[in-house]
Design a protein around this ligand. Structure first.
Ligand code: GAR
Length: 217
């Protein structure tokens, strides 16, 4: 059955675009049923027709709880199988996470558990890491800390800046997110406590995306 995907995005929306392209090409059996943003001007919103867009400024609500109640209700209304944070730059509250727990995914631009939070590319360079990458994980209340499903690695080159590194990683992020959603859409993924089950088996290590865009143990 075609998976119903809700996407949360705050900015550019290139990951959303990758999802939409994979659906259009027929390589991902899914439907984007809503795009949700904390920034009404987010370019991501423009990638779907108006009826699929939801955006509210959190500053228009009395507090974060009220904002997230409204957001959660709007997400629920589109009956998603999966809720995907693709460049959603706010920390989600416990109530929203509890509501969608087990079907709430995030893409983060680092090889978790390295570099939770912001400025991941600069931090990988400062640490003189040999490689960098991105992770797709289940969302739990602790920031960027849920069970990691899959990762992709890119090399760090001697003359990299945070910008060149981010630019090298981004197309690999897109491939990673689409590959994980393909697994999710077939019903192969589940969260059990702090581990990922893939086809019913616990993943001891994250799956790794290879150069042909396949996920391997
Ligand atoms: C992506 O690089 C994503 O990994 C990152 O924001 C970017 C969004 O790009 N997410 C985070 O940093 C979450 N902590 P996009 O809007 O073009 O998809």
């Amino acid at each position: 059955m075609t998976a119903r995907i809700a996407v949360l995005a705050s900015g550019r929306g290139s990951n959303l675009q990758a999802i939409l392209e994979a659906i259009r090409r027929g390589t991902l059996d899914a439907e984007v049923v809503g795009v949700f943003s904390d920034r009404p001007a987010a370019p991501a919103l423009q990638q779907v027709p108006e009826p699929l867009r939801w955006s509210r400024r959190p500053s228009g609500f009395p507090d974060k709880t009220a904002y997230e109640d409204a957001l959660a209700q709007a997400i629920d209304a589109v009956r998603p199988d999966w809720v995907v944070c693709a460049g959603y730059m706010r920390i989600l509250g416990d109530a929203l996470i509890a509501r969608f727990r087990g079907r709430l995914l995030n893409i983060h631009p680092s090889l978790l558990p390295r570099y939770r939070g912001l400025h991941t590319h600069a931090r990988a360079l400062e640490a003189r890491d040999a490689d960098h990458g991105a992770s797709v994980h289940f969302v739990i209340p602790e920031l960027d800390a849920g069970a990691v499903i899959a990762q992709v690695r890119v090399p760090i080159l001697a003359d990299d800046t945070p910008e060149t590194l981010a630019a090298r990683l981004l197309p690999r992020e897109h491939a990673l997110l689409v590959a994980v959603l393909r697994l999710a859409a077939t019903g192969a993924l589940a969260e059990q406590g702090d581990i990922t089950l893939c086809h019913g088996q616990p993943l001891l290590n994250p799956l790794l995306l290879d150069s042909t865009d396949r996920l391997n143990p």
